[in-house]
Design a binder for this molecule. Structure first.
Ligand SMILES: N[C@@H](CCC(=O)N[C@@H](CS)C(=O)NCC(=O)O)C(=O)O
Length: 214
């Protein structure tokens, strides 16, 4: 079986989509229509009982969770040098980004985008969203501060942390948060613009019909 990525345009599957594209390898893309609830259909739940994208699959192996998927892609295609496993501190820094983006930044964003996960009544949901957005503002500033003076997430070396960061930059400019990314988060925006120079990113943004960071 060929390597398959289950993805949805504009979602967090953008990170492994770019990572796979960076490798130059052949892989199959399977689009999952989140807006129409395809992730909750029995056919999709049979692939990923969590009902989420992304999923990376090859032969009998099915991997969920961005940090694990990104690590698997990097390990599967070592020539692409997407994971700095020859340097203990660079590797720790890469994993640190992946963990933070997945377990903190994504989760706080979900408070704004998916408040129904955290509250039932409308007033409570509105409060979850308000507080979620406030926390996101601070987290976005924390990311921006960490990127100051760096070309890529971990310094001079490109890694899977970079496309993963780009997901949240695009969400920052999107309608849910509506942040002025260039004005309020200039270091992160400079990073996003560097990402936009990469042919793999250009191909994936065109495929997912997203506007490149300008
Ligand atoms: N922790 C997971 C989160 C995956 C996730 O929440 N994916 C979203 C898209 S960004 C999704 O599939 N949402 C569908 C839903 O909530 O129904 C990861 O990092 O892979």
């Amino acid at each position: 079986m060929t390597l398959k990525l289950f993805y949805s345009p504009g979602s967090c599957s953008l990170a492994p989509h770019i990572a796979l594209e960076e490798t130059g390898a052949a892989y199959e893309r399977v689009k999952v229509a989140l807006a129409s609830g395809e992730q909750k259909t029995p056919a999709y739940l049979a692939i990923n009982p969590k009902g989420r994208v992304p999923v990376l699959a090859e032969d009998d192996h099915v991997v969920t969770e961005n940090p694990a998927i990104l690590r698997a892609i990097a390990r599967r295609f070592p020539a692409a040098r997407l994971w700095p496993d020859d340097d203990i501190w660079a590797e720790a820094a890469c994993l640190e980004w992946c963990a933070w983006l997945s377990n903190t930044i994504h989760v706080h964003y979900a408070h704004v985008r998916r408040s129904e996960r955290y509250a039932d009544d409308e007033t409570a949901k509105a409060e979850v969203q308000r507080k979620g957005k406030e926390v996101c503002r601070q987290l976005w500033a924390d990311v921006d501060a960490r990127l100051k003076g760096r070309t890529w997430a971990i310094g001079e070396r490109y890694s899977v942390a970079d496309p993963y960061l780009l997901v949240f930059w695009t969400w920052g400019r999107g309608p849910v948060l509506g942040f002025d990314m260039a004005k309020d988060y200039p270091n992160w925006t400079a990073h996003a613009r560097r990402m936009a120079q990469r042919p793999a990113v250009q191909r994936v943004f065109a495929r997912e019909e997203l506007a490149l960071p300008g």
